[in-house]
Design a protein around this ligand. Structure first.
Ligand code: SAM
Length: 860
């Protein structure tokens, strides 16, 4: 059907602008206070779902109850488990004591089908946890861990699709409609599973050679499967392209995913129905052949009418009309129960892709077995805007034959009905999750597997809607042309016919081998591809309520999008198309890279050819980023091709003002630390194992080292006193004692002339303080205090000098000289610390380029 994106792309459109005000008012009402009656809605689902009476009551009761609170522990597995353990050890005893409305509240429970008990839910609604006093410590924990990216609050049902996609390290994945990014973060985590242990294991054999202290081998390291992603010394080689059509939401996505510090992520801003082909470097054996990226997995979490979100968008009770689903005016999320947004779309997509030999609906009954679900629906009626049900398209045609003036109300189309002759389509393999099954929102998921190459049929082969009035009909057509870039391209662009969706086009180049992986040459036999896919179960695409036709690797979408990206003169390179600051890779022998390599004595095992900057000059001004090899290939090969890359690469080094040229100007940014730290030699490492030492470093910004200040820095005091100035790696390690650390943490540390500083944003400091020490002590900025003291001293000195000068002038024959009266700046040059300016003064290009907020690290 392909209509999903037409109205309200951006996910925030709700039920349209006219209703916005009332919606907002309704949304601010507590859910229990909302009147939950809608005759058409109830008649609609009672008819369509045809649930037995008892279950029907449960279904509506569940929809009328407030949605339980749910959250997921995220980030690296070690971190996620550490944060999860706190829930049970620190917060369970508190929650157990809470009574709300005369009843003891339930403890949170793990979601039974989510791996490693990393997803949890609780019956107490979010609003109560937020506002009811006795929950305040727990609420603080939720907010604090969410703000630093160790936890995310997501609807339980929305966690299902990534799990069914079975993403594994090394895969190439596209999330077509990714913002704000909750599913993308799950996908990214899957690409990085086991990476830390693999890197360590790969490095261990070379540790002595490079002066690396990797500590004792961990259990995870001992058990890690090196073959899961073997080609880049343990580093993850897969890639997630997270795409969204809405530019602003792409930036939201960037912000959300930044927390995962992944070098294996690119964010793009395209209409997914026109996703451009992504070029890869040619295969060395066939340098003339153009090679394009193909995806192992695609997630299509498309906008829909969202009636599955009734429990969190109470306004839907008032506003739901059958036409909502027909028009898709409420694209808040992919949660919907309506067959015309679900099974009908799957049917149409399979049809357009050439049937079940080309694309199959996968039976997932053996996956997530504890997830209660219902099979997809094979037959349904369609309710028009007046509330009348139609059994089939044939019934409408019949009526039109009988009465030439008859028009069905609303924009009904043939594809909204079960397909005639489509009885064999295994729509029962689609998955429906209803609110009453396990107290969630409603949801629809289907997993599709591409079995062979195909050319998708154009959308127009389906029968067109017949609207209520002529003008409505005309409106619809104009809107279609407006909203469907494919139609626009066909109509307006005089590029060669091969680009039209209707025309057969050359089979696009096949997977290629970038960096020895993840791509194929285009002359490879499609048949053998298909066999491979079947054997390995590899080419699974999934959709929740999705239209699947425009897969990025299918012939049609490649050709159409290629045309869109190609300028009218036929030349492919158009450097004028710049959507964001460019991505420029630095040569490995660049002076800044050499400086970094020398300062941190980086092991030769760390690749130096993946550093990039984000500015036109191509010179590092403020930040140096790092990306995985495949991301580099893609960013380099697609420069000037009209691919709208919003973000890519992890900020690895930030430029620092330093008091002498002997000090390395490039400090490691906390985001880049997990990628780099294993390769930094002992020369720039500080080991910390006492809890009190870390507590002091977290609470105090810029604790003093000079004038004996180092003595108050516990076991790290002598080390930091003797160390050269600049950035080093602080390794916080368990020492086996009971009150020692349970987890390993690595942070950047900066030593300046007078003081030391953990290079962590304030919110991260506060979150760590809460997590490790259950401490909410306000942070102390020693640097600011020193600055104030210094200013006070200066003021006093000035006063004294002025008084002395006045006295001298008053004395018989005396007159103070200018020079004596003017204070020198000599003291200032010595004052604390030069890094005071480190965040503020270099605010040039890159930070702005990504619209990022600066770390609150800084400055004294
Ligand atoms: C249901 S939301 C996605 C939620 C997201 N997957 C998550 O888990 O956080 C749908 C998203 O699709 C985007 N969108 C709408 N039409 C699109 C199109 N034609 N191409 C790509 N993205 C589109 C919207 O901007 C919106 O962010």
């Amino acid at each position: 059907m392909g209509r999903h994106g037409r109205k309200g792309r951006g996910g925030g459109g709700g039920f349209g602008k006219r209703r916005q005000h009332r919606d907002d008012a309704d949304n601010h009402k507590r859910y229990p206070d909302i009147v939950k009656n809608n005759e058409k809605l109830e008649r609609h689902y009672n008819t369509l779902l045809d649930l037995p009476e008892e279950e029907r009551v449960e279904f509506w009761d569940a929809l009328k109850r407030e949605l339980p609170n749910s959250f997921r522990f995220c980030g690296s597995k070690g971190q996620a488990l550490a944060v999860r353990n706190l829930l049970e050890t620190r917060y369970f005893p508190e929650i157990q004591k809470i009574e709300y409305e005369g009843k003891q509240v339930d403890l949170p429970r793990p979601v039974p089908w989510y791996p490693d008990e990393l997803a949890w839910w609780m019956t107490t609604p979010k609003n109560v946890v937020r506002k009811f006093g006795p929950f305040s410590a727990f609420q603080k924990y939720l907010v604090s861990e969410t703000s630093v990216g160790h936890m995310t609050r997501a609807e339980v049902v929305s966690m299902i699709p990534p799990l069914l996609l079975d993403v594994r390290p090394g895969m190439t994945v596209l999330d077509m409609c990714a913002a704000p990014g909750s599913k993308s973060s799950q996908l990214l985590e899957m690409l990085h599973v086991g990476e830390e242990a693999r890197i360590k294991k790969a490095l261990r054999g070379h540790a002595a050679e490079y002066g690396l202290d990797l500590g004792p081998e961990t259990e995870e390291e001992a058990n890690v499967d090196m073959s899961a992603d073997p080609s880049d010394a343990g580093r993850a080689t897969g890639l997630l392209i997270a795409n969204d059509a809405d530019y602003k939401r792409c930036h939201m996505l960037t912000h959300q995913l930044k927390r995962l510090s992944s070098a294996n992520l690119l964010i793009t801003n395209h209409d997914a129905t026109q996703y451009p082909p992504i070029k890869l470097p040619p295969h060395p054996d066939n340098p003339k052949r153009t090679v394009y990226l193909k995806f192992d997995r695609i997630l299509a979490d498309v906008p829909c009418s969202g009636d599955g979100t009734l429990r969190k968008n109470g306004n839907i009770w008032n506003n739901w009309v059958p036409g909502g689903a027909l028009d898709f005016t409420s694209p808040k999320s992919g949660y919907c129960m309506h067959p015309i947004e679900n099974e009908a779309v799957i049917g149409a997509a399979v049809d357009r892709c050439g049937g079940l030999e080309k694309i199959d609906i996968i039976d997932c009954s053996d996956k997530l077995v504890e997830l209660k679900r219902r099979p997809g629906i094979k037959s349904w009626k369609v309710m028009d805007k007046t509330g009348q049900f139609w059994d089939s398209w044939a019934q409408i045609e019949e009526k039109m034959k009988e009465d030439p003036d008859f028009v069905a109300p609303g924009r009904l189309t043939e594809s909204m009905f079960p397909r005639s002759g489509g009885e064999d389509l295994p729509l029962e393999r689609c998955m429906r999750v209803y609110a009453h099954l396990q107290d969630t929102g409603g949801f629809f998921i289907t997993v599709l597997e591409k079995k062979a190459e195909f050319k998708a049929k154009p959308e127009s082969h389906l029968k067109q809607p017949r609207a209520t009035t002529k003008s409505a009909d005309e409106e619809g057509t104009a809107a279609e042309a407006q909203a469907d870039p494919a139609l626009k391209t066909e109509a307006n662009d005089d590029a060669p016919a091969e680009a039209s969706v209707e025309e057969p086009v050359e089979t696009p180049p096949d997977h290629s081998q970038a960096n020895g992986k993840r791509s194929r040459d285009d002359d490879e036999d499609a048949e053998s591809d298909t066999k491979k896919a079947r054997i390995q179960g590899d080419d699974v695409k999934m959709t929740d309520a999705a239209e699947v036709a425009p897969l990025a690797d299918d012939t049609t979408s490649v050709a159409t999008a290629e045309k869109a990206a190609r300028p009218a003169n036929g030349e492919r390179k158009d450097t004028s198309i710049k959507y964001e600051a460019p991505f420029v890779y630095l040569p490995p022998d660049h002076a800044a890279i050499a400086e970094v390599k020398k300062n941190y004595s980086l092991s030769d095992r760390f690749p130096l050819d993946r550093f990039l900057v984000r500015n036109e000059t191509g010179e590092p001004a403020k930040a140096i980023y790092y990306s995985a090899a495949l991301a580099k290939d893609i960013l380099s090969m697609n420069d000037g091709r009209g691919v709208k890359f919003i973000s890519g690469g992890v900020k690895m080094f930030m430029k620092q003002d330093v008091p002498s040229p002997d000090v390395c100007r490039w400090r490691i940014q906390s985001e880049g630390m997990p990628i780099l730290e294993g390769y930094v030699s002992e020369k720039r490492v500080v080991h910390l194992h006492k809890r009190e030492t870390l507590r002091k470093l977290l609470i105090e910004m810029f604790p003093k080292i000079a004038e004996g200040g180092w003595e108050s820095l516990g076991e790290i005091g002598p080390r930091v006193r003797d160390m050269d100035m600049g950035c080093s790696v602080l390794r916080i390690e368990p020492d086996g004692t009971e009150d020692g650390f349970q987890e390993r943490i690595v942070l950047p540390l900066w030593k300046s002339i007078h003081s030391l500083n953990l290079m962590l944003p304030k919110e991260d400091r506060a979150a760590m303080l809460l997590r490790l020490f259950n401490d909410t002590t306000p942070l102390v900025n020693n640097g600011l205090q020193m600055q104030k003291d210094k200013e006070e001293q200066k003021r006093k000195k000035l006063e004294q000098e002025a008084a002395a000068a006045a006295a001298a002038a008053a004395a018989p024959g005396g007159e103070a000289s200018e020079a004596e009266a003017t204070p020198t700046n000599a003291d200032e040059a010595q004052t604390e610390p030069q890094d005071a300016e480190m965040e503020g003064q270099n605010g040039a290009d890159e930070a702005d380029a990504e619209g990022e907020t600066e770390d609150a690290v800084a400055a004294a």
